[in-house]
Ligand binder design. Structure first.
Ligand SMILES: [Fe+2]
Ligand SMILES: [Fe+2]
Length: 169
């Protein structure tokens, strides 16, 4: 697997682990073992890590590079992926509102919908989108993508990214 793609799939793994852990947290909240306020850290993870570090790389770096080489993608699978990212932002805001209101049951059902959609999205990228990227882009182009990914992480903070990953490991 190419190094640039590896960065994204590694982030996918972290996001998938965070989803599993958040489902466990929700069970604890519903059992009364944890306060719903504990969800704020999770919402922060999905906003700052999944959206901030990860979706940002796809939207600002990888997808535009792919579209440059195949314009049709802009109306196909890439369009679908970008639409998903938008939907995820809206769903997360809804979950946050429900958490603020202390509505654990509804927050959980919204989180279920969010996490299932996110897992499906990740599967499409892993199985389809990244393979298209590796076919469309040359080794040199993928190396440039990797350097730009590293720039993205530096801008947002490499240590902060590591901290998020450590909380999920
Ligand atoms: Fe994505
Ligand atoms: Fe992704």
């Amino acid at each position: 697997m190419n190094e640039a793609v590896k960065v994204l799939t590694h982030e996918h793994e972290t996001i998938k682990r965070a989803i599993n852990q958040t489902n466990v947290l929700f069970a604890d909240i519903l059992n009364g073992n944890k306060d719903i306020k504990a969800m704020h850290e999770r919402i922060d993870f999905f906003r700052k890590y999944a959206d901030g570090y990860h979706h940002h790389k796809e939207e600002e770096v990888l997808f535009p590079e792919m579209i440059k080489r195949n314009e049709m993608l802009e109306y196909g699978v890439i369009h679908e992926m970008l639409q998903n990212h938008e939907d995820f932002r809206e769903m997360l805001a809804e979950i946050e509102t429900l958490v603020n209101e202390g509505n654990a049951t509804l927050a959980l059902s919204k989180f279920k919908a969010y996490s299932e959609a996110l897992l499906e999205h990740i599967a499409v990228e892993d199985e389809e989108v990244f393979q298209i990227a590796e076919t469309l882009l040359s080794e040199d182009e993928l190396l440039t993508v990797l350097y730009r990914f590293e720039d993205c992480d530096r801008e947002l903070g490499v240590d902060a990214k590591k901290d998020w990953e450590d909380t999920i490991e």
